[in-house]
Design a binder for this molecule. Structure first.
Ligand SMILES: Nc1ncnc2c1ncn2[C@@H]1O[C@H](COP(=O)(O)OP(=O)(O)OP(=O)(O)O)[C@@H](O)[C@H]1O
Length: 262
């Protein structure tokens, strides 16, 4: 059986506007992290929401050999989890309750995690001490970590994380990417993460997609996708890829290609 996620002639957008045009991606692998890169407004969130069936999408979408687009929404919601940039406000639940509720949303596909397993996950995320705190009493970064726990507990086949690091400090960014990598490998998930930090992408991802104006500009290993040419073409910056003393590739930005916003 075919493994991973395949998109064929995929379109995504809004009633009066197509944002993603004729996207073809032969394979996003299982057990690996794919980063979705591209400038503001290029369509990253629109694509993730359409993959999750939360906004308009057309075309073919194959996940581990099953067509997603023709599946009933309930079945798709069991298999695909989308974590938005911010959690909805005004939810009067404490952290532990919110994770139990999120787990129920996966429709009983997996046996429910025990409270001890949930607490272990919270502990791994460094937020076990917040288990009885109400969501609206948390900081932005703490809410982001709770959102991640809600997503992981559902054990999806396809995990879509929309800028999960945006409110996190440097230490947490590394910690969270390590945890996402471990869970992705352990549960053989197809994980797609939107990040703006190119160096996080180089360091933590196995695969990268780069979008510009709703079309796919590059698809492959991060070092093949993040190059001086694509940095100039997509972000309008002059950049070099250099290896640090530990042999890790890093992007150095020298300036703008032109003194204008692209
Ligand atoms: N509900 C909507 N209705 C119509 N157009 C929308 C809607 N939401 C977003 N758009 C438009 O779709 C385009 C893509 O937006 P999207 O949020 O997918 O970009 P993005 O790449 O995720 O950006 P960012 O990096 O800034 O989060 C933008 O031009 C945006 O204005």
């Amino acid at each position: 059986m075919e493994q991973g996620l395949r998109l064929s002639h995929f379109y995504a957008g809004y009633p009066k506007r197509k944002v993603i045009e004729d996207l073809n991606v032969p394979q996003l692998p299982r057990g690996k992290i794919t980063v979705l890169l591209g400038p503001n407004g290029c369509g990253k969130s629109t694509l993730l929401r359409a993959l999750a069936g939360l906004s308009k999408g057309e075309g073919e979408l194959w996940l581990n050999g099953e067509e997603l687009m023709t599946q009933p929404f309930a079945r798709r919601a069991q298999r695909v989890v989308y974590l938005p940039q911010t959690l909805p406000a005004g939810v009067h639940l404490h952290v532990l309750e919110s994770i139990i509720v999120a787990q129920r949303a996966s429709g009983g596909l997996h046996s429910a995690a025990s409270e001890a397993e949930i607490m272990h996950l919270l502990d791994q995320l460094g937020i076990a001490h917040l288990a009885m705190r109400y969501l609206d009493q948390l900081s932005g970064g703490q809410k982001q970590l709770v959102g991640l726990a809600q997503s992981l507990i559902r054990r999806p086949e396809l995990l879509l994380l929309d800028e999960p690091l945006s409110a996190l400090d440097l230490n947490y960014q590394f910690h969270v990417m390590d945890l996402v990598r471990r869970e992705t490998q352990l549960r053989n998930i197809v994980t797609v993460v939107v990040v703006h930090d190119i160096n996080i992408a180089l360091r933590h991802a196995d695969h990268a997609l780069m979008l510009k104006n709703g079309t796919l500009l590059a698809d492959g290993e991060p070092v093949q996708v993040i190059t001086p040419e694509t940095l100039a073409q997509v972000y309008g910056v002059r950049g070099r890829i250099e290896c640090c003393s530990r042999g890790m590739p890093q992007v150095m930005i020298d300036g703008l290609v032109a003194e204008s916003i692209i």
